[in-house]
Design a protein around this ligand. Structure first.
Ligand SMILES: *Cc1c(COP(=O)(O)O)cnc(C)c1O
Length: 501
């Protein structure tokens, strides 16, 4: 093992000061608008990986986090990890179990409190942030602002609820989230949480939050009251690093099950939106995990498929609302980190990101594209093929995939066919099918007319072997605690009022 003693983080765009990980996690974004990246890549050997088979998920997390967050003590990390993954908050003690189907092993990342993979990172980020505040002597209170189209809002609320010195305010669009997602957020408990519905769509909510962040006068006013704004979205290093763990964990589980030999190369196929999940797999590979290819799976919003095939990133295209909504994204923020690591050229990254902002497009050229293709393969599927896959896998395996995981499954099949790869491939599964029960029941051909949300859950449960997750089942009797609605123009006032409380 080759740990780096005092690992520092710098901006993908070359500006600003280097930061220890605690500062990078507090800041979220680097001062020049770039993303924080580690200056060196910790390397591990096969002994390090082989040992994982004997460790619990929490111990695995401690090993990986210790390599990246070198300014945290082992005790601090252990405390953060046990508050995140312990205490029965996950409904499977293995936290991220691998399920062996006939065609592919499935890495299930949805056993956390909100039934989507966002929990893997958003249970841990608040703990890392709170510890960072203590470590750095930061005296401000933090106000986390989130605009959500569904999964992130609830996962962030669950993660930050009752975390000291941090408050969280979530804005969701009135018409933009599912009934279940709405209930999940509006029933959230915790003395430091606030949930507000914004009249409008997701863009309205997101633009409103962006405006608050860039309103200097407003931020100064908050600062005078000792409050700092921060964000929980997936560009924060504290959200990315927890995700590296489960690639190692899955590999160790496959070795333990005898499905692969230690040292054997495998592939992962990842349903991708903001490029955070798959990027964590890239870090794992760069550290020395025997990963050959990372397969990037998209829905009809296939900007990444085009990019990884042609080297042209072009967001000027139609936007589709699909049945895998958490992947309905045209700007994949974390791609910036990948490009930085592949080029080591911050000036170039800065220029590409400037082009993306001003012209909606950039092109990386043949040499960089070639390097990307050595690691990444990309494909996409539409809603019809997604549903067909859910149906097919259910018929063959009696296993119910959610829509996002089905996208990955289908792309994984295409990848095998196209490349002839014989390597074992793990399909990364990012949500419980219960979370997207309408589309899943449609796919399975089950009639759902006239059924309310909870009857739909019951109906799906009658087809699925695994039970309805507790967090969803308990919504039925949970009290509605958040009823506030506001105009888009009133979001700032909402933030100000909440900050005062
Ligand atoms: C967020 C999310 C994704 C996409 O992950 P990225 O890290 O943004 O690429 C995929 N599936 C589900 C269910 C999600 O919630």
């Amino acid at each position: 093992m080759n740990g780096v003693k005092d690992l520092k983080y710098s901006s993908t765009r070359g500006g600003g000061a280097k930061a220890a990980s605690a500062e990078a996690i507090i800041q979220g974004l680097a001062a020049d608008g770039g993303l924080f990246v580690p200056e060196e890549m910790p390397a591990v050997d096969l002994d390090f990986i082989a040992e994982f088979s004997r460790l619990s998920y929490e111990e695995r997390a401690a090993r990986i986090l210790g390599l990246f967050l070198t300014d945290y003590t082992a005790e601090e990390l252990a405390g953060c990890i046990s508050r995140a993954y312990g205490g029965g908050k996950f409904d499977d003690v293995r936290i991220a179990p691998v399920r062996m189907l006939k065609d592919f092993p499935i890495l299930e990342l949805w056993h956390g409190p909100t039934s989507a993979f966002k929990d893997m990172a958003l249970q841990l980020l608040p703990q890392l942030l709170q510890t960072a505040l203590k470590k750095t002597g930061e005296r401000a209170e933090i106000l986390i602002l989130v605009a959500t189209s569904g999964d992130t809002g609830k996962a962030a609320l669950e993660g930050f609820a009752d975390v000291d010195r941090i408050k969280i305010l979530v804005f969701y669009p009135t018409g933009g989230v599912s009934k279940i997602q709405n209930l999940q957020m509006c029933t959230q408990k915790g003395k430091n949480v606030c949930v507000v519905a914004v009249e409008g769509n997701f863009d309205d909510a997101q633009n409103g939050v962006k405006e608050i962040f860039s309103d200097k006068a407003f931020c100064d006013k908050l600062a005078a009251r000792n409050v700092k704004l921060s964000s929980a979205n997936s560009i924060n290093w504290g959200r990315l690093v927890p995700q590296i763990v489960y690639y190692f964990s899955a590999y160790a589980d496959l070795v333990e099950k005898g499905a692969i030999q230690a040292g054997e190369e495998i592939d992962f196929c990842v349903p991708t939106g903001n490029f955070g999940d798959i990027l964590a797999g890239y870090y794992a590979k760069r550290m020395g995990l025997p990963v050959a290819q990372l397969v990037c799976a998209s829905n009809s919003n296939n900007v990444l498929t085009d990019f990884l095939q042609t080297g042209v990133y072009d967001k000027k295209r139609d936007f589709y609302k699909t049945i895998s909504p958490s992947m309905d994204i045209l700007i994949s923020s974390n791609l910036e980190r990948l490009l930085y690591h592949e080029t080591n050229d911050a000036a170039q990254i800065k220029d590409w990101m400037r082009q993306l902002a001003s012209e909606g497009r950039y092109e990386v050229g043949a040499a960089v594209l070639q390097k990307l293709k050595e690691t990444f393969w990309a494909g996409w599927v539409d809603d019809a093929a997604t549903k067909a896959t859910i149906r097919e896998v259910y018929a063959k395996e009696h296993y119910v995939l959610d829509t996002h995981s089905a996208v990955a499954y289908r792309v994984a099949q295409a990848y095998k066919k196209d490349t002839g790869s014989k390597r074992p491939l793990v399909v990364v599964s990012t949500a419980s099918p219960y979370k997207f029960n309408e589309s899943v029941l449609d796919a399975l051909g089950a009639a759902r007319e006239g059924l309310d949300e909870f009857s739909l859950l019951d109906k799906l449960a009658s087809l699925n072997e695994s039970p309805i997750p507790q967090g969803l089942a308990s919504l039925k009797d949970a009290a509605i605690l958040h009823k506030t609605t506001c105009e888009k123009t009133a979001m700032r006032a909402m933030a100000e009022n909440f900050a005062k409380k």
